[in-house]
Structure formats: structure tokens, C-alpha cells
Design a protein. Sequence first.
Lengths: 257, 219
Amino acid sequence: MPYIDVRDVGVRHGKNETLRHAGFEAERGEIVSFIGPSGSGKTTFLRTLIGLQPVWQGQMGVDGRIVDMAAPASARILREQAAIVFQQYGLFGHMSVLRNLTLAPTVVAKRSRRNAEHEARALLERLGLANKADMLPADLSGGQKQRVAIARALMLRPSLLLLDEPTSALDPHKVRDVGVLLRDLAQDGMTIVQVSHAMNVVSSLSDRIVLLEDGQVRAVGKGRGCAAQQPDIAAFMNTHGGDAAADPAGLRPDPEH
Amino acid sequence: MTGLDFRPVFARLPFLLGGVGVTVLIAGLAFVFGLLLAVGLAVVRFENQGGWRRLSRSYSTALTNTPQLSQIFAVFYCLPLMGLMVSPFLSVVIGMTLNAAAYLADILGAGMARVPPVYHEVALTLGLNRRQTYLRVILPYAGRTMFPALANHFQIMILGSAMASIFGVEDLTGRAYDIGSTTFRILEVMLVTGGLYAVLSFALTGVFALCRRTMERIV
């Protein structure tokens, strides 16, 4: 039985079905990428996995434990096992980097501040941010903000880490850094699901690629380095190779900034 | 300008200065309770559509478009009609609280609208409940941007609390009237009183600057 097993997810907006029978599997420590044209439901699918997007049907198995995603109580259960890094990061601007990391552990998990700060500092150190702990998010670069957002998500000790467009606002060498970091985390046993437009990153990083089209899973490619060779996925990447080639790092203008 | 004689006023300075405390107390109480009420009004406005939101908006519209003095009069005469005997001091505090809540809710509402929408989702996925989200994230973040506007309103309230004297409260202005009517040195006492208001107001500006710096260090 796969570690993560999502099946039959359906999302409706009025009469529109934005997601139909969507699903995927992943083993522990795998990196899964959702790709597809805009409006295909990638981000919606990602958001269902942490209960931010209500679904009318769907189930998710994590390590053999099955959650009915359509049940009202499912959001809380999903959030116990998953953490998400948003495209805009959403670091709290009125708190230091350290407090951003310790807020949930102290306020929600009721851990002692000292204990949480100890873990947070160790994590910042690992991500090369040791000297940024007392800074405000506004004083950080885009790449640093993202690593802080990842660190904040990791403080929740998730078994599933979700990232929405992690490379969209980064310059090329930062994109490689994030790739290295995600690979590192996966090696530690964390399962990672990302939505991405950066095709070269997707093909080099993913253990699985899920191609979505029109709210449905069109194709799944498996295997590190060869997931992108699945014919439908290769075809999609070729037609979208235009932007990957012209924009090799997947550096897209971010409409929010 | 030879007719000015400040000696009778200075002789009664301790009495006059006692009014400063009453003035600060009235404005302070009304500000604190007004702010609490305003948080409720602003959150209701932010979280709800339709009826509740309209009610909260109407409250602000009604109280920001009518004179504060009329509102205090309404409290002063209506509460006894409802069988609640309250002192003039309390009537003024209640009236000013209701008025402050209307203005402060507008200020808070504007501040909360400037909080990045993604904060709500981040808080949700971090596991914070609604109360924790407001207390730890939304209000402190908004508070930072709203601080100047809130401080400004408090200053207006300090000066506006002179209305209390109309209801016989012995605040700074009330005591100034007392001294004026016993010494007949109205102009002199009002000049001194005006000076005291100015000193008070400047001092508060300093206090606010200090508050702001401490706040930034703590959060």
C-alpha cells in the first residue's frame, strides 16, 4: 500500500467541476509534481490535500490511515499531517523570523517557548539562516523568505509538505538551491508535493509527475529522471517547452508582486 | 493688556491640576472600552456578510454623523428613564465610549482590510483557531499600521472630554469654570487651562512614541 494514497477527489464550483476523480499515490520520501495548463486544477488539487478547498468527494490515505476528505472534520485531520508553503510565503510581517517559526508550536501545540526556539534555531541553521532569526521578514530577500516559510512549515513536523509554485519568484541559482533543499528533505523521509511551471526543475526533481488537464489526471509519470518520459507528459512539456526554454529557470513574472 | 491678573488663578492651581487626572481618566476609560467594543464591531464586519455587517456599519454611520454632545445627552437622560441611575461622570464615559467605538471600528476595519489575505490561510494551516488568529496575527499586524490613527483619536478624545464639564463633571474644564465663576478671571483661567491641555497633549505624543517602540520590541 503506498504511503500517500489520494483517490476520487471531486471539487465543484456551482455547476463547474474543477476537479473530477483526481488522485495520485506516493511513497514515503518521494517528490511529486503537479503540472498542467493554467486552469487545469493543479493548485485546487494541492489545496484539497490540506483542507483549504472543500471537496464533495474524495479520500486520502496516509500510512494506511484513511480520511474521508468530504467529511466536515477532515480539514483538521489533514492539517495534522500536512503543511503548506504558499506562493506568496505569507510570513507574518510583525513577528521576527524566529517567532514566525515558534508561533504554532507554542500557541497550538503548547510546547515551551524555550524548547520550540531551540528547534527553530537548529532548523534555521540547517537552512543557512542562522543569523536571520531576529530579523523581520521585510528585511529578507525573496529566497530567504521562502526558506523561512519552508522552515515554518517544517516546525509542524508534517509527513506531507505541500508547495505552491515554489520557484515562481526566484532567480535561477536560487531555484537550484530550493531543489537541493527539497531533495534533502525527501531523503529524510518527507513526502513532498509541489505545483510547478518550471519544467526543467520538474523533470530533474520529481519522482512522480502528475499531469492535470481540465480537472482530471491525464497521465502519471514515475521514476526519478524518467517520469518526464511518459509520452503524454513529454508531449505537454514539449508544447510548454517554449516557456521552459525561453525561461530556463521557470522564472515567471509573479502577478502578485 | 494691563487688566490681566493671573494671581487668583495660580493660587488655585493645585485644584485646577486635579482636573487633569479626571480628564485623563474620562478619555482613558472611554478609549479603552471603546477600543474593546470596536474590536467586536470590526471583527463582526470582517467575518460576516449581510445583516450583521450592515448593523455594524450602520452603528458607525449613525454615531459618526451625529454630535458627540447629543449622544452624551441621550445617555445622560435615557439611562435614568430606563431606571438606571448613573453619575454624570459615568454618563459621559459611557457616551464617549459609544462614540469612540464607532470611530475606532472604522479605523480597525481599514487596518484589518490591509492585512494580506494569505495570513488567514496560513494561520488556518498552522492550526491556529479563530481567536488565536485574531489575537496573534490579524490584530497585532493591523495594530502596527493603525497605531498613528488610534493615537490621534485618543488625543482628540482628551481634548473633546471637555464636554464633561457641561454635565457638571469636575474635569479640567469643569474646574476652570469653577475658578472663573469665583474669581471672575475667566480669560486668565481659560488661558492657563488651554496651556495645560497643550502640555497634556504633547506629553501624550511622547508616551505614544514610547509605547510604539516598546510594542515593536515585544511582538
